[in-house]
Design a protein around this ligand. Structure first.
Ligand code: NAD
Length: 258
């Protein structure tokens, strides 16, 4: 049976790698994300051609509950149901809490946490009815531990872990699992963009931020790769992973073992 997946925030970084990996495994894919429409169309066409699956793209903004509902309805309609839901869209902003812009707080909580509530509430009835489903929430090591100057992100990711556990308990009798994935630092545009903000917040050079802030947390002294995260998502989305639910899976080069 051919399965279908919605991957939010899949025009870049981790989400794009996850979408490609699930398509490689034969799933139809709903891509989503902001940014250049031509680039998104190129990714969509490449996935459809390379893997022979149906691939759609939705530009739904994860801050907009109605747009999220429309994207989920479109996926249901196009694929006959959403079997795998990957909540991956996320943004970051780095600032001392007393200076944290209120609009940035609201956007981070909306995109990194509340959007997952909206996609999950749309996906769960169909998953329950079909007796199978996989909900994967891309959290972060910051779902388990904190770092200074990331109040909104850490709060939203801890919240996402809580949402994951709660949903897991509710859907467990129906063949549906819900897990969070907690990557350490993965080299993507999201990490690259926060380097100048961290340089300003801590008064450091770029090299100091990479070595003393980012990789300081990871005993492996290496960035996690997008393909490693995609591989973990693909496993958790498989039949074999049916007994893994309600967990927060670390993939962080040993960061949270400290
Ligand atoms: P990225 O910036 O490369 O990609 C983010 C994606 O989210 C893009 O496709 C972007 O268009 C989309 N997006 C952003 N705002 C959106 C909105 N309002 N509506 C719809 N889509 C939106 O980032 P990434 O590093 O690949 O991060 C993906 C996820 O992984 C995020 O949830 C992030 O918090 C998490 N994560 C990343 C790292 C890391 O080190 N890169 C570590 C842990 C967790």
């Amino acid at each position: 049976m051919q399965r279908s997946a919605v991957v939010t925030g899949s025009t870049s970084g981790i989400g794009l790698a996850v979408a490609r990996r699930l398509a490689q495994g034969g799933m139809n894919i709903m891509l989503n994300g902001l940014g250049d429409l031509d680039a998104a169309e190129a990714e969509r066409a490449a996935i459809a051609d390379e893997f022979g699956v149906v691939c759609r793209y939705s530009s739904a903004n994860m801050m907009d509950a109605d747009a999220i509902a429309a994207m989920m309805a479109e996926a249901d309609e196009a694929f006959g149901g959403v079997d795998v839901l990957v909540n991956n869209a996320g943004i970051q902003f780095v600032s001392p809490v007393e200076d944290f812009p209120v609009a940035k707080w609201d956007a981070i909580v909306a995109i990194n946490l509340t959007a997952a509530f909206h996609t999950i509430r749309a996906a769960v009835p169909g998953m329950k009815a079909r007796g199978w489903g996989r909900i994967l929430n891309i959290a972060s090591a910051h779902a388990l531990v904190a770092s200074p100057y990331k109040s909104a992100y850490v709060a939203a990711k801890h919240g996402l872990a809580g949402l994951t556990k709660t949903v897991a308990l509710e859907v467990a009798p129906h063949g549906v699992t819900a897990n969070a994935i907690a990557p350490g630092y993965v080299w993507t545009p999201l990490v690259e963009k926060q380097i100048p903000e961290t340089m300003a917040a801590r008064g450091m050079t770029e090299q100091q931020v990479i070595q003393d802030v980012l990789l300081a947390a990871q005993p492996t002294k290496a960035f996690v790769t997008i393909d490693q995260v995609a591989g973990l998502v693909a496993y958790l989305a498989s039949d074999e992973a049916g007994s893994i639910t309600g967990t927060v899976q670390s993939i962080d080069g040993g960061w949270t073992a400290h």
